[in-house]
Design a protein around this ligand. Structure first.
Ligand code: C5P
Length: 249
């Protein structure tokens, strides 16, 4: 198989067509953006770290029966994926209050939610990715009501699997974002990536009490967003734990 032409360049990945019509090559970049690209930077080796973490997670999810776009990883920062039509939705699942949930509702950072919260955001940079209601999803015809329910069900199933995955890495899964696409048979499959760019991950090996600041536990992109320092170290640490805990599973 050979790489043909550049199809699309996003904030974190470049997509290329290949000699096989149904297969694309995703090249993971070191570029980092936050707050709808108002903050820009670069995280050393992020492309290969995120690609390797995503590869492990997609393989794990596939073993548990979740359909994903992952085919293979021919190089540390490259992934061969099935071509899908991406739905313009960012599906966020939250187990613990953080980020925009705290900002918009006043919930205290670190509040454990009594059940996981599934949210849909409109993937639209010009509009700043607004939070959608079920009625707005229907109004904008972004997905059918059946697709919305299937996605919500899949998101909760993936949440349970990922909580378990990260628990075995001594990491708490606070929240994460998923994207779904439709394959040629109009089936919904999990796409994009799952990495410290798209998840909030808190280190369980660092003790904090209510007096102490939770920031010392952060192993994800919040270190970049909030200038907490040691960004590369955090990404490397997640990769190390994911590889050592799950190789061979
Ligand atoms: O910012 P917010 O609290 O809504 O983010 C929730 C989760 O979704 C976080 O894990 C964040 O990293 C992820 N996210 C993302 N891409 C976005 C927005 C949020 O990966 N565009």
């Amino acid at each position: 198989m050979s790489v043909k032409s550049k199809l699309y360049e996003g904030k974190a990945k470049i997509l290329y067509s290949t000699s096989e019509e149904s297969v694309l090559l995703a090249d993971f970049k070191d570029d980092a953006t936050a707050f709808n690209a108002q903050k820009r930077g670069s995280i050393k080796n992020k492309g290969s770290i995120n690609c390797r973490i995503s590869t492990k997670i997609f393989q794990y999810l596939a073993n548990k029966g979740i359909k994903t776009h992952f085919i293979d990883s021919p190089a540390p920062n490259q992934m061969l994926v099935k071509a899908v039509k991406i739905l313009p939705l960012e599906v966020v699942v939250r187990n613990i209050a953080a980020g925009s949930l705290c900002k918009q509702t006043g919930l205290t950072l670190g509040t454990v939610l009594s059940e996981p919260l599934v949210e849909f955001y409109y993937k639209n940079d010009d509009l700043g990715d607004p939070l959608l209601t079920r009625d707005r999803l229907r109004l904008l015809d972004l997905a059918t009501p059946e697709q919305v329910e299937t996605i919500a069900h899949l998101a909760l199933q993936i949440d349970r699997l990922l909580i378990d995955f990260f628990r075995r890495c001594n990491i708490t899964l606070v929240d994460f974002k998923l994207e779904f696409g439709l394959n040629s048979q109009a089936e919904l499959i999990l796409a994009d990536e799952i990495s410290p760019d798209t998840c909030r991950l808190w280190d369980n090996s660092i003790e904090t009490d209510t007096e102490n600041n939770l920031d010392s536990r952060v192993l994800d992109k919040d270190r970049f967003r909030r200038d907490l320092g040691k960004v590369e170290d955090a990404y490397e640490e997640v990769l190390k734990r994911v590889l050592s805990k799950l190789d061979g599973e």
